[in-house]
Ligand binder design. Structure first.
Ligand SMILES: Nc1ncnc2c1ncn2[C@@H]1O[C@H](COP(=O)(O)OP(=O)(O)O)[C@@H](O)[C@H]1O
Ligand SMILES: [Mg+2]
Length: 588
């Protein structure tokens, strides 16, 4: 993955913010105004004490009271406007980023999905995007508010009494030291706590998921102990955090108390000396508070920025990932395929230096059934993934109807190659919607025909709402075999010219061999097919049986040819299955 520098990331992030820059600037301006308005009340109080009460200028009171009533009203109005603007900007911003990520993620090849994994992609699209959102908008406003508060309040303090203001300036470092003294501890223990909570939640998920296993092995007590231990440890860390927090807070109180007492005593002394008025001392005390609090927030800015940049980096890790499989500018739209497939000296590897397919040469005529046979991990699934162009070959080429896969429009290829995998993915929708996932315009009759071919129609008719029955969280649960039959019907509905069945029939135990044979014959009729099956009886009728071993084709031919090879691999596999079947039979 390429390195991205911070400034570059920031620049790219600004591209997202730019469309909203006018609104953001407006919001910042209002924020400054609001902060300034918040600075006025102590001044009003000062005038009321000094000018009205002490000096007896009662005619000013009316104006001052009016001002102190109007100010909060106007501020409230501005505040509503500001909150609205900021919420709008921040939600639009995440929407923009998420949408772009979503589209990008689906334009990336399976290589990216394999490498990054669903969990990581999810956390980038949800968590990191949300972090950036709160940082870019809410936090910026907070920083502006604190910044303005600090400087305006400090300025007013100096203008009220430079001597008292000097005192503040001397006390401020105490406040800061106290903060630094505890913040390290707070952060460390909080991190440990969060880490522990992650463990607790993962452990919980596992135990809940494996509830039956826990019960079956009578492990409730021991699991209980482990869980108790984990939660107790998390309690320790939580208490540690709180202890540090409480200590820090105590420190702040001590310093603030000291500040207030000193300012008050010295202030009163200055009043007696005639240097200050009572109103000024009261106002000074208010502003002193507004100098101290923002400082702490501002000290966090650096850390917040770092945090944000981590999320920004993770977002661009996805967005910057280059699309490695896409249509060439002059890609050909495949018209109806006949189903001629040719692998020419194909080499492929997932990890550099670890070849998974070696010099694969294979030619399949339209309508032929090809069986791929070999031990787990020999590369059968990989070979079919290349035909779907989930990955590009390293060397050699794959052609369908004479077109190199790299020269055709991906969508026109994939819409004509159907694939059924061992663990079929179905969505939380009705059975009908799952069936027509690949062809939304299918008629009811076509859907039903496909279900017949997949031997699933009768099952569907037995469910409560037939084709409209929902599956998933709030619907029926399906067995693996039922899922596979649905997936087969779904693939058949798109009427693909080339069909890949990757161990798609391995869980159809509920059907007898004869039924499977019949179903297979229905499904494969008139298509080029690649069938991977452990049960060799399923593939004895194949036109071509391709025996693979460690990424290489070691034998190729039909059932009879291959059985005749004296020390052939196919013969070994066949004999093995045949004899183990016999053992099963005799054992019965
Ligand atoms: N997405 C992947 N990333 C890295 N290695 C993989 C991936 N998929 C499969 N492999 C590896 O490639 C080899 C062939 O796997 P596969 O094609 O799934 O074999 P088969 O389907 O014959 O069991 C195995 O060694 C497997 O570990
Ligand atoms: Mg496989």
């Amino acid at each position: 993955m390429e390195e991205r520098s911070k400034s570059e990331n920031l620049r790219k992030l600004l591209v997202f913010v730019r469309p909203y820059s006018t609104r953001l600037l407006g919001a910042l301006l209002i924020t400054v105004l609001l902060t300034m308005a918040g600075m006025v009340p102590p001044l009003i109080a000062m005038y009321i004490i000094d000018t009205v009460i002490v000096a007896g200028n009662w005619d000013l009171l009316e104006f001052l009271l009016l001002a102190s009533i109007m100010l909060p009203l106007i501020s409230a109005g501005l505040h509503v406007l500001n909150t609205y603007t900021i919420s709008y900007i921040s939600h639009r911003l995440i929407m923009d980023i998420r949408l772009l990520m979503y589209r990008h993620v689906f334009s990336l090849s399976m290589k990216f999905h394999d490498e990054m994994g669903t969990g990581k992609i999810m956390s980038r699209m949800m968590g990191d995007v949300a972090t950036v959102r709160s940082m870019v908008t809410m936090r910026i406003l907070r920083i502006v508010t604190d910044f303005v508060s600090f400087f305006v309040a400090m300025g007013i303090c100096y203008s009220l009494s430079w001597k008292l203001a000097m005192l503040l300036t001397v006390l401020l470092p105490l406040y800061v030291f106290n903060y630094y003294g505890f913040i390290g501890g707070i952060r460390t223990s909080k991190r440990r706590w969060r880490h522990k909570m992650d463990e607790v939640s993962i452990g919980l998920q596992e135990r809940l998921g494996g509830a039956a296993l826990v019960k079956a092995y009578g492990r409730e007590k021991r699991e209980d102990r482990a869980f108790t231990e984990d939660t107790r440890e998390s309690l320790d860390f939580a208490m540690q955090t709180e202890t540090y927090r409480a200590s820090a807070r105590t420190g702040f109180w001590v310093v603030s108390g000291l500040r207030n007492t000193l300012v008050f005593c010295l202030g009163c002394y200055f009043v007696i000396q005639g240097e200050m008025t009572y109103g000024q001392v009261m106002a000074f005390l208010s502003y002193a508070m507004r100098v101290f609090n923002p400082v702490l927030n501002l000290m966090d800015v650096g850390m917040m920025f770092e945090q944000m940049m981590v999320s920004v980096d993770r977002i661009f890790e996805v967005l910057d990932h280059e699309v490695d499989i896409e249509d060439k500018p002059d890609a050909v739209e495949l018209s109806a395929l006949k189903g001629h497939v040719k692998f020419e000296h194909v080499n492929f590897e997932y990890q550099p230096g670890e070849p998974v397919l070696k010099d694969i040469c294979l030619e399949v005529q339209p309508g032929q059934m090809v069986a791929l046979v070999g031990h787990t991990g020999c590369g059968k699934t990989t070979l079919t993934s290349l035909l779907m162009r989930y990955f590009d070959v390293k060397d050699g080429s794959i052609q369908v109807d004479g077109h190199d896969l790299r020269d055709v429009k991906l969508s026109s290829l994939r819409s004509q190659v159907g694939q059924v995998l061992q663990d079929s993915v179905l969505f939380n929708m009705s059975l009908k919607d799952n069936l027509r996932y690949g062809r939304l315009d299918a008629t009811e009759q076509e859907i039903m025909d496909a279900a017949w071919v997949g031997e699933i129609h009768e099952f569907i008719m037995r469910t409560r709402n037939g084709y409209d029955t929902k599956i998933g969280d709030d619907g029926i649960k399906l067995s693996v075999g039922e899922k596979q039959r649905l997936a087969i019907a779904r693939a058949v509905l798109t009427d693909p010219s080339i069909l890949i069945l990757d161990e798609a029939t391995s869980s159809l135990d509920s059907l007898s061999e004869a039924l499977i044979q019949k179903a297979m014959a229905n499904v494969l009729k008139g298509r080029t097919s690649f069938v991977i099956a452990h049960r060799l009886s399923t593939i004895v009728n194949a036109d071509l049986i391709v025996v693979m071993d460690q990424g290489e084709i070691v034998e190729i031919g039909n059932h009879e040819d291959l059985l005749e090879l004296p020390d052939g691999k196919y013969r070994q596999l066949y004999d093995h299955q045949y004899s183990s079947n016999e053992v099963e039979v005799t054992a019965e």
